[in-house]
Design a protein around this ligand. Structure first.
Ligand code: SF4
Length: 295
């Protein structure tokens, strides 16, 4: 165990060093975040947290009866024009936490009875978060850790945090390059996202359960149905069926509503129809995907 923690500390030291010439995500901004310079995500040397609380509105296998211990990080490495949390992702509301303070937040959420620690938008703060996690583990944190991401993550960085994440919860937003660039300013997203998801699955596999029907390990993919991009949702479902597993848990989400800059895009300024949603769910079933969470 001591060896494992030392080994992980070495990896985190390495990731932390990369803040000085940041290439932690596919953006490769190459800025020195230890100084005043900032890259696309706006993140600096310390983690910035917008809020933390037990969240009862996640999928039941995460929220269970006592809530998911959600920590919202400020900033983002994507710019989704329809973001529902734009004041956090783009406005960067929040305050900076030291590694120790963040570890204490994790322990408080556990003390409050949460089933897990749910790291929302963690990609640009990986070194700080996992340093804090090691501290919290050393001080008695035992509940699973959820990596809740927009899915624009480098496979190579994910490989480095193997063993520290119990549950991966990535989005699959786009299957086509043009949409990724137009709506999230995320070049290369489809390919990067698919590589990341395969790596996540390699690490944690299919969902394993706690007694209460709450997940303790595994991959859960979120597919938010975006109006006019229904075909891309289907392409991503097909990718999961053919390249990941027909047993993977997939949250098929219909709660899209136009937010932030969506009204500048007529095709995005409406809700997804019930009919379109039903058609996507039927398609997923035709593909043999067994574990759909419909919401
Ligand atoms: S983590 Fe932030 S600064 Fe680093 S490469 Fe990504 S967007 Fe740029």
């Amino acid at each position: 165990m001591t060896f494992m923690i030392n080994h992980k500390e070495e990896i985190i030291n390495h990731l932390e060093d990369r803040l000085a010439n940041c290439d932690l995500c596919p953006r490769d901004c190459r800025v020195n975040r230890r100084r005043a310079t900032r890259g696309f995500c706006g993140g600096g040397a310390q983690a910035r947290v917008a809020s933390f609380h037990p969240h009862r509105g996640e999928e039941f296998l995460l929220s269970g009866s006592r809530g998911s211990g959600t920590i919202f990080f400020s900033g983002c490495n994507m710019r989704c024009v329809y973001c529902q949390n734009y004041s956090i992702s783009q406005g960067r509301e929040g305050k900076e936490f030291t590694d120790k303070e963040l570890a204490q937040v994790m322990l408080r959420l556990q003390d409050g009875g949460c089933h897990n620690i749910n790291l929302v938008t963690p990609t640009h703060f990986i070194p700080q978060i996992f340093r804090s996690l090691l501290m919290a583990r050393g001080d008695g944190l035992t509940i699973p850790v959820v990596y809740n991401t927009g899915g624009y993550d480098k496979k190579e960085v994910l490989e480095k945090i193997e063993g520290l994440v119990d549950i991966y919860l990535p989005d699959m937003k786009y299957a086509r390059e043009e949409s990724a660039r137009k709506y999230s300013d995320a070049p290369g997203y489809p390919e990067i996202n698919r590589e990341a998801i395969k790596e996540m699955f390699r690490q944690v596999g299919e969902v394993e359960w706690e007694e209460e029907g709450v997940a303790k390990r595994g991959l859960i993919v979120r597919i938010l149905i975006i109006p006019s991009l229904e075909e891309e949702a289907k392409e991503n479902l097909r990718f999961l069926a053919e390249n990941v597993s027909r047993g993977v848990f997939i949250s098929v989400m219909r709660q899209y509503r136009p937010c932030y800059k969506a009204d500048f895009f007529p095709e995005l300024s409406r809700r997804v129809s019930e009919e379109a949603y039903r058609e996507i769910v039927a398609y997923a079933r035709e593909l043999g995907l067994k574990n759909l969470i419909l919401q």
